[in-house]
Design a protein around this ligand. Structure first.
Ligand code: SF4
Length: 402
């Protein structure tokens, strides 16, 4: 094939529940073939303009891809036969490959996804009454090395392509039965069962360090002809890359979450090392501007580490620091990871911490721990697989299951 564009992204063949698909490099041009999956509306319209087609083709193809879960151009029955044939020559749709699929007793589902060049990322689905949250990754590994994080321990691999990011949503929608698994839907174009109601960019990686790929993926999440989520239901979580917060507001102002984890710089320098570059005062000033400009409340994530950041002095300091910022604090019981010096704070300590926040006028909830039986901590599953691969590479290369 020559000059082909992949409408979806990722790499691989099979494993996603649909017919075999070509192996690619995740969203980029694949042996002369470009990946269309990560193209947002503007880019897709540009693609069709480039082959002399009108902009409405972009809408048609977006619906097939993202609402119907269809990856085969020949099945896109409202496109002219000649256009379908042309697309088969110049474009492709390539999702990531599911290399492990784990379901927790509590309904949490975690997929390990294989990408090009032997890379792997995790995607997690967390069902709750009335909502289903998909947690997607934005990078292979992470350079920021937060001291409590399994992903940080793996170091930085590379940025995901836009197609590899939206490909996680595409794949999860199929695995969860949200789209009709590739068969053309003749009678209706309406998704009746919406398993995924929220997407959080809170998986592996720092999304603000990969904004060029994260933005088109988020635009697809928001597009009514793709996933149609509201801005309040798409959340980007950052460790605090301050200059990029303003760029996010300019390019795609979704809900913002900040991994805070400490109310004072000395402690945050230790837990979230990027704090040495962008200390708390600067970070909170950027958050205040973002909240005002977008008329939203910032979610602050605070992992509860026993004897480290969970005493009442920390809680009182947090109340002080967040004064004037439209804020909500999520207290997260630590999910232990191997070789970590940290332990989870006891429930009564977390509750006392929360009471101080509440009495200081800060909205706060304690997150329920989810998926503990399936390596729920971000990066844990990839870490295990990579460690096993290093010990026994031939078995993994041959597709050994977990
Ligand atoms: S917590 Fe987030 S930013 Fe920090 S190392 Fe882990 S993935 Fe990177």
């Amino acid at each position: 094939m020559s000059d082909v564009t992949n409408l979806l992204g990722g790499q691989g063949a099979g494993g996603y529940g649909g017919p075999p698909l070509p192996v690619g490099d995740g969203g980029r041009r694949m042996s002369g073939v470009t990946n269309l999956l990560g193209l947002d509306r503007d880019a897709l319209e540009g693609f069709f303009a480039g082959i002399g087609e009108r902009p409405f083709r972009a809408t048609q193809v977006m619906k097939w891809l993202h609402q119907q879960g269809v990856a085969e151009f020949q099945a896109m029955s409202n496109l002219a036969k000649t256009l379908r044939a042309r697309l088969t020559e110049i474009a492709t749709v390539v999702p990531p490959v599911v290399t492990a699929d784990r379901a927790s007793r509590d309904g949490t589902r975690k997929w390990l996804l294989g990408l090009a060049r032997g890379d792997a990322v995790e995607t997690v689905f967390i069902p709750e009454p009335g909502r289903g949250t998909l947690c997607v990754s934005s990078q292979v590994g992470c350079a920021l090395d937060c001291s409590f994080c399994a992903t940080g321990k793996q170091g930085f691999g590379r940025n995901l392509e836009a197609a590899e990011i939206i490909g996680q949503v595409w794949l999860a929608a199929r695995c969860l039965g949200q789209v009709p698994r590739g068969e053309p839907l003749i009678t209706s174009r309406v998704i009746t069962h919406r398993a995924i109601t929220n997407v959080v960019l809170m998986g592996m990686g720092e999304p603000l360090l990969n904004l060029d790929n994260v933005v088109p993926a988020m635009r697809l999440m928001l597009d009514d002809n793709a996933y149609g989520l509201s801005r309040r239901r798409v959340t980007l979580s950052t460790a605090g890359v301050v200059p990029q917060i303003e760029r996010l507001r300019e390019r795609c102002p979704v809900s913002l979450a900040v991994s805070l984890h400490a109310p004072v710089d000395a402690l945050r320098d230790e837990l979230v090392p990027i704090n040495k570059r962008y200390p708390i005062a600067e970070l909170l000033a950027a958050c205040r501007c973002y909240a005002e400009a977008t008329d939203t409340r910032i979610t602050f994530e605070y992992v509860m580490l026993e004897g480290v950041n969970d005493d009442l002095a920390c809680a009182r300091e947090l109340v002080k620091r967040l004064r004037g910022v439209p804020a909500k604090v999520n207290l997260i019981p630590f999910n232990p990871i191997p070789q970590s010096p940290y332990r989870r704070s006891p429930p009564e300590v977390i509750e006392r911490f929360r009471e101080v926040l509440l009495s200081g006028g800060i909205m706060s909830i304690t997150r329920r721990t989810r998926g503990e039986d399936i390596d729920a901590a971000c990066g844990q599953l990839v870490g295990k697989v990579m460690a096993r691969a290093a010990r026994h590479r031939p078995a993994v290369a041959a597709g050994a299951t977990l």
